[in-house]
Design a protein around this ligand. Structure first.
Ligand code: AMP
Ligand code: MG
Length: 494
């Protein structure tokens, strides 16, 4: 069933990983399988068999050609450096070449205790596995770079967190699992050769236009270009999160992918009522990873990456620091530009005018003052291009600021070509109607974990596959949580 494995990471020197076979589980059962992704990856599904798939996606059977490894990495967790984190419950089976010729990692998450487990159990509860599956696939459909979910398997075992829960294994697919923390692991050991090998691999896999064979750049210039390229992707990524009200929740350096994909869906959540200081994660008491802080935390993570690359940037340390600092500083205008592009599109603006930033900010202030649902307010804005839209107004507990803003926006729209109908259509293609609402996700998890009922998972996955298309009969999925079900705290539960 599996396509041929390439084993790019496992062929690095031994110090990059620990060889580790997944620990078998008692009774693996396939509860979710992403057929479309499997096809994209070149799986042979002609003789697909759910029981055999469960054996492979639980790790009970290692597919032919795979050489499972737990990857080494370090990381700043909430600002504190840990020189040795690593895959404590994940195992990389290897890479496969997808239909477009790109290498993709296939990883089992929840595969048992590895040499990096540090006393934890190496397992994953079903709830977080289904959350990551659902939210990462939703993010993909929302147009956000992200790791993907290929399969979820229940293990037939219990894992113990706050309460005993069913155990599960997630099969995750990523452009790579190289993280800022991977570079930090080797920089902390002053292993320059390893940092260079990682940088070369990152260029080869994610930024091939910087590849030496294609480009005669000086080495040092190439690594600086790598830092710039990663910075650009992070700026674009976080701007997309901001445009969706997405709060990652744990932007530690080990959860910051060099590819620019969203990775490690833990206590992540989507905002409902717009509030820039919003934090969901129960372990983030200081609000470090609050909505509005996300761009600056991405920049902070990039600075940590830059530190690891210094020896590659210039033989003269002072020069290296200056070059790196310039790139890190440039993150700010890069991000601001990406953010403006995202929000311009949300307002239906295809042209650029000097007052646009202020126009967006004024709307956000109106949303905040009116405690309006972020997602629905942008979605229903398209109904207000011309005239009063009661469905928009009713989202606001007080709408004075909105009423003052709408004429300004309409005046701005008048200077856009193409007509109002086209503008409204364009807006509906970037402002989703359906997002993974936290209360829906919680309901889905409760049904699966407590009642072995996967119907809510399937229903939600189906709705979220078409987030921009109105789906008659599924209005409830677009609605914010009823007061009794509002989610204010999310848990990693890992
Ligand atoms: P995360 O919170 O998923 O980003 O993980 C941070 C670190 O904790 C990584 O080194 C993980 O491998 C490790 N970790 C998280 N959960 C577990 C677990 N249940 N067992 C072993 N290690 C874990
Ligand atoms: Mg992590």
């Amino acid at each position: 069933m599996f396509p041929e494995f390439t084993l790019r990471y496992a062929r690095l020197p031994e110090r990059f990983f620990e060889r580790f076979d997944p620990v078998p589980v008692v009774r693996p059962q396939l509860v979710a399988f992403n057929r479309a992704l499997a096809e994209e990856l070149g799986f042979d599904l002609a003789a697909f068999d759910a029981d055999r798939a469960a054996e492979s996606f639980s790790g009970n059977v290692v597919p032919p050609g795979a050489e499972p490894v737990a990857q080494a990495y370090a990381g700043h967790q909430f600002g504190h450096f840990n020189p040795r984190l690593g895959d404590g419950r994940a195992v990389l089976l290897g890479e496969v070449t997808d239909r477009q010729g790109r290498l993709r990692d296939i990883q089992l998450k929840g595969a048992g205790m590895t040499p990096f487990s540090r006393g934890a159990d190496g397992r994953a509860p079903l709830g977080p596995v289904l959350r990551e599956y659902l939210v990462s696939e939703a993010m993909h459909r929302l147009g956000v770079p992200t790791t993907r979910a290929l399969a979820a398997v229940t293990s037939g075992e219990r894992v113990f967190r706050r309460v005993p829960e069913p155990g599960a294994v997630l099969t995750r697919v990523a452009s790579s699992h190289l993280r800022v923390g991977t570079f930090q692991y080797f920089a902390a050991r002053d292993d320059r050769e390893a940092v260079k090998a990682l940088a070369d691999m990152a260029i080869e896999r994610h930024y091939p236009h910087l590849h030496p064979e294609l480009n005669q750049r000086e080495e040092a210039e190439r690594y600086l270009a790598l830092l710039e390229a990663v910075s650009q992707r992070q700026a674009a990524l976080v701007a997309k999160w901001m445009g969706l009200g997405f709060i990652h929740g744990v932007m530690n350096t080990d959860n910051c992918a060099i590819s620019g994909e969203t990775i490690d869906y833990g206590p992540c959540a989507f905002m409902e009522a717009y509030s820039p200081t919003m934090v969901f994660s129960s372990i983030d008491d200081q609000g470090r990873y609050a909505y509005r802080n996300q761009p600056w935390l991405a920049q902070w993570n990039l600075a940590r990456l830059a530190e690891t690359l210094l020896p590659l940037l210039d033989a003269d340390q002072q020069q290296a620091i200056e070059k790196a600092t310039a790139v890190i500083k440039a993150f700010e205008p890069r991000y601001e530009a990406e953010w403006l592009e995202v929000f311009r599109a949300k307002l239906g603006l295809a042209t650029e005018e000097a007052g646009d930033r202020e126009l967006v900010e004024a709307l956000l202030a109106a949303l905040e003052a009116g405690k309006a649902d972020f997602t629905l307010a942008f979605r229903r804005l398209s109904e207000a291009v011309e005239e009063e839209a009661p469905a928009l107004r009713e989202l606001f507990v007080s709408d004075e600021a909105l009423q003052a803003w709408l004429p300004r926006w309409r005046e701005r729209l008048a200077r856009e070509g193409g007509g109002l109908e086209a503008i409204a259509t364009r807006m509906n293609a970037v402002n989703p109607l359906y997002i993974p609402r936290n209360h829906q996700v919680e309901r889905m998890i409760a049904a699966a974990s407590e009642h072995d009922d996967f119907a809510p998972f399937e229903a939600l996955a189906e709705v979220l596959a078409e987030p921009f298309t109105e789906q008659p009969g599924r209005e409830a999925y677009a609605q914010p949580a009823p007061p009794t079900e509002k989610v204010f705290r999310t848990f990693c539960g890992t």
